[in-house]
Design a protein around this ligand. Structure first.
Ligand SMILES: C[S@@+](CC[C@H](N)C(=O)[O-])C[C@H]1O[C@@H](n2cnc3c(N)ncnc32)[C@H](O)[C@@H]1O
Length: 242
């Protein structure tokens, strides 16, 4: 068995410090600390994230999709396959070096999706886009950690909490879809999606697609007509806390 070779190190803005890119034979791995963020050997569930979300919105006129983050480009590639010529995809990638890797040694893995004219890359925290652009997207696809908990950086936690999810809800067009990748189920996150007003479907996806493999989770959350209103906090609500 070949040994892993460290190809490059990318500094990140978060407390975790850096992403590292490794290669072993034809296989690539992106790691953060001691955790693997993405591996090129199996990507069925990352493909499924793109396929399931775009299947829901592909019929819309000029569908607009936001993907956070780029990783090795598999979700982006699957989304592009699911959209017609009129579709447009914005990819938000926090770590600029990951974009450099995708234009270089990782580009061939998912068929060079960054070369597709329908794609715009923004080197930015995806949450800055959802906060700033209301009713802008038909689908928002999130695969920035290994589930709804900050791994790449602690700051991502906010994305999965009620305030982050409300911003995502507002950034979707009515009937639009939020899709989130996770290594496994998370009932509290499912509940938060419902609390914000999403209609939620939790899908079990396999790492090797139709050939099976480990089970991962993708939430497909549809934006309903109106967000659920926050209850006003009265002294009575606060009573138990005082
Ligand atoms: C697990 S990988 C994505 C894998 C991708 N779905 C694929 O198909 O290869 C996570 C990516 O999200 C990026 N990322 C992490 N936090 C982010 C954020 N807040 N905004 C945008 N990108 C982020 C990481 O740098 C990394 O490139």
């Amino acid at each position: 068995m070949n040994r892993w070779t460290l190809l490059d190190i990318a500094p990140t803005s978060g407390s975790t410090g850096e992403l590292r890119l490794y290669k072993r034979g034809e296989e690539f791995s992106i790691r953060v600390g001691s955790c693997e963020l993405m591996n090129s050997r199996v990507h069925g569930s990352e493909d499924a994230l793109g396929e399931l979300a775009c299947a829901k919105i592909a019929d819309r006129p000029r569908p607009r999709v936001l993907i956070g983050g780029l990783g090795m480009g598999y979700t982006l590639s699957a989304a592009l396959h699911g959209l017609g010529a009129e579709g447009r995809v914005v990819v938000a990638e926090l770590v600029p070096t990951v974009v450099v890797w995708n234009r270089g040694p990782l580009g061939h893995l998912a068929g060079h999706p960054l070369q597709d004219d329908r794609v715009t890359v923004r080197e930015i925290d995806v949450a800055r886009i959802t906060r700033a652009e209301p009713r802008a997207y038909d689908a928002i696809l999130l695969d920035v950690d290994n589930g709804p908990k900050g791994l790449t950086r602690k700051g991502n936690d906010r994305l999965y909490g009620l305030s982050g999810l409300r911003e995502v809800f507002a950034s979707l067009r009515p009937g639009g879809v939020l899709a989130v990748w996770s290594a496994g189920p998370d009932p509290a996150f499912t509940q938060r999606l419902r609390t914000v007003g999403f209609k939620v479907d939790e899908v079990c996806v396999r790492t090797r697609g139709a050939r099976g493999g480990a089970r991962h989770t993708v939430w497909i959350a549809e934006r309903t007509a109106k967000p659920v209103q926050q209850k006003p906090r009265t002294n009575r609500n606060l009573g138990g806390l005082l």
